[in-house]
Design a protein around this ligand. Structure first.
Ligand code: FES
Ligand code: ZN
Ligand code: ZN
Length: 307
């Protein structure tokens, strides 16, 4: 297998693009394609300040690396979830994130959930339970809330997350099987800012997961290899494996699936919710002032105060 550009030995074969590349040209290609996605979807510009959500995994560290190489003004936010009971998952991912930032002289904000709110994510999950044994929904809520809060308070122009095509295709599959029109309208590569909510962008939405992993490995980026211990057996992972089976049978399946969704969005098949269009008048949380659907406290404040 030879690199399509220079005929040296290729390190990766992207059959869905019919493209094999050597290390040098692959790394160059990833950077270029990221910039293309940013421009194609009008995500952000070089004079804006960005906040990237860093988990310590291959996707977020690769994204931060590429945005930094492209010259964007980008800080990182790492949320220490305190998932360390069975294995030191949070501790290790935090170390990788800190090490990455220090090596490049980048600014990483760290919020320790346990220190800040008195409980780790597994503890919050156990306290609230609601019939679930895993704390994933509480974790998702805390992450979304704090990311938005930090972006607004820090005066950032956009939040950037490293969702890749495998993530997006798996969400899409789940949302389609449930016909969750509200979520289907929100799963855009770019969600503009609305009152109380920062702009959100996903520049990696067209990369396969293995492409992000290859970028991290070829760049010598150290990252947490394991998934969160609570992800095991999750619907998201099951959907990913299903879509990978489809990809094995039909090269480019995941890309076609996702690109079809983007076309449907352009045609207005999944319209923006009133909420995203900023039409809906929201109430404000009594405790934190963030927008909320219901009167009184927002869901985050209810979670952390136990009310
Ligand atoms: Fe949040 Fe697993 S429960 S990352
Ligand atoms: Zn080459
Ligand atoms: Zn609140």
């Amino acid at each position: 297998m030879k690199c399509k550009k220079c005929r040296h030995d290729a390190v990766i074969d992207m059959r869905h693009h019919n493209l094999a590349l050597c290390k040098e040209h692959y790394l160059e290609w990833m950077v270029l394609q990221t910039e293309r996605s940013i421009c194609k979807f009008g995500m952000f510009s070089h004079d804006e300040r960005l906040l990237v959500a860093v988990s310590g995994g291959k996707d977020s560290l690769s994204l931060w690396d590429i945005l930094w190489k492209l010259g964007y003004a980008v800080d990182g936010l790492y949320l220490d979830l305190g998932i360390d009971e069975e294995e030191p998952y949070s501790r290790q991912s935090g170390e990788y994130a800190r090490q990455f930032a220090a090596q490049r002289g980048l600014h990483l904000q760290v919020i320790d959930i346990q220190q800040e709110y008195g409980e780790s994510i597994p503890e919050m999950g156990r306290r609230t339970k609601r019939g679930h044994t895993k704390p994933c929904s509480q974790c998702g809520l805390v992450k979304r809330y704090l990311l938005n809060k930090q972006a607004l308070e820090g005066g950032y122009d956009a939040i950037v997350t490293a969702h890749n095509l495998d993530d997006e295709a798996a969400f899409l599959f789940s949302n389609l099987t449930h016909w969750s029109l509200q979520y289907l309208g929100r799963q855009r590569p770019l969600l503009p800012a609305t009152s109380g909510f920062a702009r959100k962008a996903k520049p990696f939405c067209q990369f396969y997961e293995r492409e992000c992993a290859a970028y991290a490995i070829l760049n010598g980026i150290q990252y947490i290899y394991h998934e969160c211990p609570y992800a095991e057996g999750s619907k998201q992972l099951r959907n990913k494996s299903l879509l990978n089976q489809m990809e094995d049978q039909q090269t480019g399946f995941k890309t076609q699936f996702y690109l079809g969704y983007l076309r449907a969005l352009e045609q207005g098949i999944f319209p923006q919710s009133q909420e995203d269009a900023g039409v809906l008048e929201k109430k404000r949380c009594h405790r934190c002032g963030q927008p909320t659907q219901s009167a009184g406290l927002c869901t985050f404040c209810r979670l952390v105060t136990g009310k």
